[in-house]
Ligand binder design. Sequence first.
Ligand SMILES: [Zn+2]
Length: 472
Amino acid sequence: MSKQYLDSIYKYIDDNKDNIIEDLIKVCRIESVTNEDSDIKPFGQSCKNVLDYMLAVGDEEGFKTTNHEYYVGSIKYDIGKEKRIGILAHLDVVPAGEDWTITEPYNPVIKDGYLFGRGTGDDKSGAIAGLYIMKAFRELNVPINNNIEVLLGTNEETGMKDMAYYTAHYEAPEFTFVPDAGFPGAAGEFGRLRFVLTSQKKLSDDFVNAYSGSAFNIVPNKATVVLNKNTSIDYKNLPEDFDVNETAEGIEIIAHGVTTHAAGPERGNNAIRVMTNALLKLDGLKEEDRKIIEFIDNVNNDYYGSFLDIDNTDEVSGQTVSSGTVLKFNDGNIALLNDCRYCVTDNGDRLEENIRKKASEWDYDVTIEEKTYGYHLDVNGPIIQTIKKVYQEFSGNTEREILIGKGGTYAGALPNAFATGCIYSENWGEKPDYLPEGHGSAHQPDEFINIDNYIKGIKLLVTMILAVDEIL
Ligand SMILES: [Zn+2]
């Protein structure tokens, strides 16, 4: 694409800054939280409203719009080309939650160059960015080689059933940008395996209770075991940083760790491991109990699933991670919930087989709760390499790589989709200093975007789109 076109597109985006923000504010006023219990299918009244609203905007602008049965909406700049490039964004938001300090969640306000409100970043900004990119192409008569289609989902936050429906009934664009992440972007996703290991045998009555963690994807910072008051286990020799309390239930011992996301478990310290490690060192532990606890300890002996024979690493995506994150006690039986993200060239079926083999050797049962297969685009192919080059030239940043993501992104729900951003950021996580801890990001109270970074991000996104348009 000639520099002259790019310059005029950038100018168009700058000139329309106020319109872009105004349009974003309007769509953020709609409280579009998925409600699948509603009689209004598929996702409730408010998701219907937000899709009706955006499609009406598309109509007004003179684009072709299609409502795919309220799962997904489409606004298309159709110039009669054979192929199309998609821009996928989602219009549903997570519930507002409590403790908003700047404004009411659905009454967006501009303050100090920021726009605050639910959905401003995640992900209505992506929808409005897509709309203005198409407007720029049309108004400036940019000679592109593909049709452009903004796809608007309504169920990203609670299961991505919108895209499951869409891909089952319609043909996806040849290539799709998904501005629901950060720049430069992710060209694939680790596979995911969530499984529960349950002991076939019960712990002896030395143990009254045991519990830790609350969610598959969080490495816990606290683990609790309650011992029978008459136990012969020498709990008085626990390390000093353990809490020991006598309660009505028994002797309660608490281990402390450091919490983190299960996608990056090395950053934390799994409290379940701290607990099992210490228990195994105590005198008076019965042999039958030792074997049950030792298994749990082995499973967590590193963050890569080595003991279960599921560790692996590949050049495309990196290293598999796996952690036992939730501990439960059910009448003496122990259950450990595990979250594994495995590298894209591995196979969840192989992992499952190895886990079953190891578990049965140790008298544990296995239940698979979730198994998704990883995917990746051709990282060394022309499209991803072109996107990378555009990012580096635009930002001057050669450090940030296009990675394979460990989280479940929206792009994984559509073939040939690239997870990227529409908000430019030199430093991830920067925010106004008056916002309290835990405020400002997607899903948090006081969600916001930096308006200048948004405008710059739209420019970067459109540059990527034009570069791909030339070679698709
Ligand atoms: Zn999102």
